[in-house]
Design a protein around this ligand. Structure first.
Ligand SMILES: Nc1nc2c(c(=O)[nH]1)N[C@H]1C(S)=C(S)[C@@H](COP(=O)(O)O)O[C@H]1N2
Ligand SMILES: [Mo]
Length: 231
């Protein structure tokens, strides 16, 4: 699937998408708040590195619904559909042929731990969006996990450059307990917005509630606003 033409097309669509959401992104709390809540020196987005109510951890705790699906790579598929012009169902090989991004970012769990400087490698959601061409009417995505989990995110958050679908942590394949073979990460939102064992991304034309959002967790999940639960 990796012809130069196709790559050109991805790059062009990516730039258009980026431009379409750039203004909205600049206004999101995790980059725009002038009185963000937290402590420590500024992170790369100018926010205090430790958001309010969080404690730094060196270990990496495991948090999920208790079921760790084991998906062999030859059975693994990632479906991206909904309000898009070009829905896809990718095999592992096709996914790994997409442009790969490396990044180092922080991880903030709503249960009050934060882990700094995590080294990731994967494919950015922006590149995946460029592949499927979201319709003009798309506003949100719903991500689904192989364990029946789901979580919703607005496109101005989801298309930020640090939102990745990662298969590698610290140079090693992501372990099953942390969502391997592939999970999403959302460094500028609480970590429940990043589905482990991700299997489907559905583009939506209106917001819907995911697993925790339907159970009282915040729709927006801004760490520097202590935005954990709906009031
Ligand atoms: N599929 C799936 N993804 C999930 C969860 C889950 O239960 N299932 N839990 C979320 C929560 S609440 C958090 S804090 C992070 C935890 O990731 P970790 O277990 O790798 O620390 O994954 C998120 N993604
Ligand atoms: Mo969590």
């Amino acid at each position: 699937m990796e012809t130069p033409d196709k790559l050109e097309k991805i790059i062009e669509t990516r730039m258009k998408l980026k431009a379409r959401f750039e203004e909205k992104m600049k206004l999101t709390p995790s980059v725009a708040d002038d009185k963000p809540k937290g402590s420590g020196k500024p992170n790369r987005h100018g926010m205090p590195s430790l958001p309010i109510g969080q404690t730094a951890t060196v270990k990496w705790p495991v948090l999920d619904l208790g079921y760790h699906p084991n998906i062999p790579l030859d059975k693994w598929r990632l479906t991206i559909d909904g309000a898009v012009d070009n829905p896809v169902k990718l095999t592992w090989k096709q996914f790994m042929e997409l442009p790969q991004t490396k990044d180092t970012s922080d991880f903030h769990c709503v249960t009050t731990w934060s882990k700094f400087d995590m080294h990731w490698k994967g494919v950015s959601l922006l590149d995946l969006a460029a592949l499927v061409h979201p319709k003009e009417t798309a506003t949100h995505i719903m991500c689904y996990g192989y364990d029946t989990y789901s979580t919703n995110i607005s496109l101005e958050e989801a298309l930020k450059p640090d939102v990745l679908l990662v298969h590698t942590f610290d140079g090693q394949p992501l372990s099953i307990e942390h969502g391997g073979p592939l999970r999403m990460i959302t460094p500028q939102l609480y970590a429940w917005k990043g589905s482990k064992w991700i299997k489907r991304i559905e583009f939506l034309t209106e917001n819907k509630l995911g697993f925790w959002e339907g159970r009282g967790y915040s729709n927006t999940a801004y760490p520097w606003r202590n935005d954990r639960y709906d009031d």
